[in-house]
Design a protein around this ligand. Structure first.
Ligand code: KIV
Length: 263
């Protein structure tokens, strides 16, 4: 079984960390079978699973449900649950309670977005035995502050602030940090400056690991594909073809055939 310690050890050994999102039992089982190290129950479920424009509307109850069903499909991978908007920002007590609920339904740790302002919360969670993954750069819960899905950490000042944030997250006890949509050189510098693994998404090849949204790499989510997401297969097209064939056969009366009858 992969643990937080395994993930930390991978950085020491110079081994890349593989992370993907999952929101349901079937895909979690496939990712687990394939040896994906970290399964992130991302709040991107709001976008790619539920069709919302941002990650802001997804609730604790919805994220708990996704985490619970993912956990049923996993034997080895490390399950990290994304804390949804407003589940950890209001008070440390609320963050502890909500993070704890994720652990109760099968997560091994939680991810939360933000740098220095989140330090007291992260310290408390870690103190209480709840592993925390940080998230810097383009943090989608701050979409309205950024005014769009723009690359972060571009100027010297912003880059320096992100470096400080990364060091502060490490000092607070995070076991890894997601770096989203930042210049690869900055991601490289951060990865070299801290002892915990960086997991990049749109942050270049120098991070200690990579994460992508599963539906993007499968070609299932067609509303929008970020440039950094490689599409490995076109599942949406394959699904259309299969469903179309089924429809045609039902309409023509060629399905069910004799072999599909139960008598
Ligand atoms: O919600 C999510 O899927 C994420 C990853 C893209 C890092 O936060």
């Amino acid at each position: 079984m992969i643990t937080v310690k395994t993930i930390l050890h991978k950085k020491k050994k110079g081994e890349k960390i593989v992370c993907l999102t999952a929101y349901d039992y079937i895909t979690a089982r496939i990712l687990d079978d394939t040896g994906v190290h970290i399964i992130l129950v991302g709040d991107s479920a709001a976008n790619v699973f539920a069709g919302e424009k941002t990650t802001l509307p997804i609730t604790m109850e919805e994220m708990l449900y996704h985490t619970k069903v993912v956990a049923r499909g996993v034997k080895n991978s490390l399950i990290i649950a994304d804390m949804p908007f407003l589940s950890y920002q209001v008070s440390i007590e609320m963050a502890v309670l909500n993070a704890g609920r994720f652990l109760q339904v099968g997560a091994c740790g939680v991810k939360l977005e933000g740098g220095t302002p989140m330090i007291p919360t992260i310290k408390r969670l870690v103190e209480l035995g709840i592993p925390v993954m940080g998230h810097l750069g383009l943090t989608p819960q701050s979409i309205h502050k950024f005014g769009g899905y723009k690359t972060q950490g571009v100027g010297e000042k912003d880059a320096a602030r992100m470096m400080e944030d990364a060091k502060a997250l490490e000092a607070a006890g995070c076991f890894s940090i997601v770096l989203e949509k930042i210049p690869s050189n900055l991601a490289k510098n951060i990865s070299m400056a801290i002892g915990i693994p960086t997991i990049g998404i749109g942050a270049g090849p120098h991070c200690d690991g990579q994460v992508l949204v599963l539906y993007d790499i499968l070609g299932l989510f067609e509303d929008f594909t970020p440039r950094f997401a490689k599409r490995y297969v076109d599942f949406a097209e394959q699904m259309r073809r299969a469903v179309g064939q089924y429809k045609e056969e039902v309409e023509k009366g060629t399905f069910p055939a004799a072999e599909h009858s139960v008598d």
